[in-house]
Design a protein around this ligand. Structure first.
Ligand code: NAI
Ligand code: MG
Length: 590
């Protein structure tokens, strides 16, 4: 039996009622929690302090497991382990082909264990099990296979310099990468961070989110089964201001990658600056516009806009959280968006067919309800939802606001919950201006059949991703990242490799040796110093062209046949000189 939001009211009355009976008895997840310790140097170990913290089940707020609580001391154990694995261990030294085979074996193992991993993810985070199994884990596996393919295709260039030098660039791993991930897609964020870092030959210390520490520990055990050497990947579970801050400010972490809120992004960037200036990539929040143009097929637009906002309980950095709808179709759109929200299946994430589970924790739950209250108080029209769902755990009713104004908090802030805000617009230039009037710039969606409109919007929107007639499509090869305060840098695809590589330029002197002279003589007239070059090579300009000046070029040779060949290797043939006492030699040469 499905526990669907059931709508009892007539059209437009705004009254709705949801059936919540099912939530009283949560389904037992089909997995055991076995790994709860820190992973340091290939071993699962207790925190140095011996402390643990609870990770909770968002369906009930009850304990799932106590997990080792890392702290500064543990970061100070994990970073040297990663350092040693980088400086002395096999990982950066093995062939890239070997590395790629380990990444591929890992992807196979994760795929094989999809059921248990999806169960852990759904349990710890509250997302529907079916979505974890059919979206997040396949994307995870795909990403590791993608970067396994890159491992042996990372190389530098041979370059042409202005002077007589041979120049090449080496693309070297950067060293120890510190990585801090959030709780909304624990596995996906793990893959976006760990995949490119390890493919490039780095070592990693990863901090998972305190709400969702379990799945990363599980898959990291599989990584070692796949042949990952100890110390290459270390996991320190724990709280942000302790473990996260210690990583961001560690003097021996060479690079930091962070995904999470803009506020915390500013903190870690500051810590990196104040410590060793490690480069930082940031994937931060958003308030992405989803623009429904006047020519849109309203039914299709409603479905897409619904998914763009409500997917993953609305806890997506890319969520289409400002739904701009053209005035010509606005009323129709609002009516249908409300109907769609009312049909949304909210319930236990382990139940088949459930579209929406609970929010991740009480902090997010409270924050979302506070935003909903501010929407109501600010004068937006609450079309449906607006309340907690059931009386247990952190479920929230799918919520739709119409008549939203640009300056309301629900239109400016990242709510990160199942709250759709629908705004009205009149023309394209207006919606471009309003869509861009935010400090965020992560993504945007456009719904139109008009090619000119689509082209105008894709060029004008200040966002790292623009989806036209689609939304939330992800691919390992396609970069994701933000304009403005939505972040620094890009993750995934070829772009993420540069986050984890140093570029070293190597200059080899290919020039002749200037023995003397080389300058003008005096400051008057056209005098030049008598100039002598040694170590001249045949293909240098001073050896091939007629200089017609006081410049002697001295070339070295070994035997007669060689010097004959080289002396003749010119388009000129005016004269030659030979200096020898040996008659045979003289005859041969002449
Ligand atoms: P957060 O940004 O504080 O947490 C993300 C990660 O940063 C976690 O691993 C956390 O432990 C760590 N962290 C927290 N404080 C830190 C510090 N001082 N130094 C180093 N690391 C630190 O986000 P939070 O509190 O979980 O959620 C707050 C809001 O952030 C959400 O409501 C949502 O709006 C936004 N958010 C955006 C995400 C995205 O995908 N862009 C993901 C998660 C949250
Ligand atoms: Mg949890």
């Amino acid at each position: 039996m499905l526990y669907v939001c059931t709508y009892y009211s007539g059209r437009g009355t705004g009254i709705s009622k949801f059936s919540t009976a099912a939530l009283e008895e949560p389904i037992t997840p089909p997995v055991k929690v076995e790994l709860t310790k820190l992973l340091i140097n290939g071993q699962f170990v207790d925190a140095a302090s011996g402390k643990t913290f609870p990770t909770l089940d968002p369906r009930t707020g009850q304990l799932i497991a106590n997990v080792a609580e890392g702290d500064i001391e543990d970061v100070n154990r994990a970073v040297p382990a990663a350092r040693k694995a980088f400086d002395e261990g096999p990982w950066p030294r093995m062939t890239a082909y070997q590395r790629s085979k380990i990444l591929l074996r890992f992807a196979d193992l994760v795929e094989k264990h999809t059921d248990e991993i999806a169960a852990l993810e759904a349990w710890d985070n509250g997302k529907p099990y079916e979505q974890a199994a059919s979206v997040e884990i396949p994307l995870f596996v795909r990403l590791f296979r993608y970067y396994a393919g890159w491992a042996d295709k990372i190389h530098g260039l041979t370059l042409q310099a202005d002077g007589p030098h041979h120049v090449q660039t080496l693309h070297e791993p950067i060293g120890v990468a510190g990585q801090i991930i959030p709780w909304n897609f624990p596995l996906l964020m793990y893959s976006w961070k760990v995949g490119p870092a390890l493919a490039c030959g780095n070592t990693v210390v990863l901090k998972t989110a305190e709400q969702t520490p379990l799945s990363a520990l599980y898959v990291s055990k599989l990584f070692h089964e796949a042949g990952l050497p100890p110390g290459v990947l270390n996991i320190v579970s724990g709280y942000g201001p302790r473990v996260g801050a210690a990583l961001a400010s560690h003097m021996d972490v060479d690079k930091l990658a962070f995904t999470g809120s803009t506020n915390t992004g500013q903190i870690v960037l500051g810590l990196a600056a104040k410590s060793n200036l490690k480069p930082v990539t940031l994937e931060l929040g958003g308030k992405s516009p989803f623009i429904v143009c006047e020519d849109a097929n309203v039914d299709e637009a409603v479905d897409l806009a619904h998914d763009a906002l409500f997917f993953n309980q609305g806890q997506c950095c890319c969520a289409g959280s400002r739904t701009f709808v053209h005035e010509r179709v606005y009323d129709q759109f609002v009516e249908k968006a409300k109907a769609r929200a009312l049909k949304r299946v909210v319930g236990d994430p382990f139940r088949k067919g459930v579209e929406q589970g609970p929010q991740v924790d009480s902090k997010q739950f409270d924050k979302i309800l506070k935003y909903i209250r501010s929407g109501v108080d600010g004068g937006a029209t609450l079309e449906t939802g607006g309340q907690r769902f059931g009386s247990n755990g952190y479920y929230i009713q799918p919520t739709v606001f119409s008549n939203v104004q640009d300056d309301m908090l629900i239109a400016t802030d990242e709510i990160f919950g199942p709250v759709q805000t629908i705004l009205k617009f009149k023309d394209i230039n207006e919606v471009i201006r309003r869509a861009n009037a935010t400090h965020f710039g992560l993504a945007a969606g456009v719904f139109t059949q008009n090619l000119d409109t689509a082209n105008t919007l894709t060029r004008a929107l200040k966002a790292g991703t623009v989806w036209i007639n689609c939304f939330d499509v992800f691919d390992a090869a396609i970069p994701l990242g933000g304009y403005k305060m939505s972040g620094h840098g890009r993750e995934k695809g070829i772009y993420s490799l540069s986050n984890y590589l140093q570029v070293k330029a190597i200059w080899v002197d290919g020039g002749a040796t200037l023995e003397t002279g080389g300058q003008r003589f005096g400051s008057n007239g056209y005098y030049i110093q008598p100039t002598v070059f040694s170590n001249v090579q045949d293909d240098m300009l001073i050896a091939t062209n007629e200089i017609f000046g006081p410049v002697q070029t001295i070339l070295k040779f070994k035997d007669i046949n060689e010097v004959i060949r080289r002396a003749n290797a010119t388009h000129f043939g005016l004269a030659a000189g030979v200096f020898t006492q040996n008659l045979d030699t003289a005859n041969t040469l002449t």
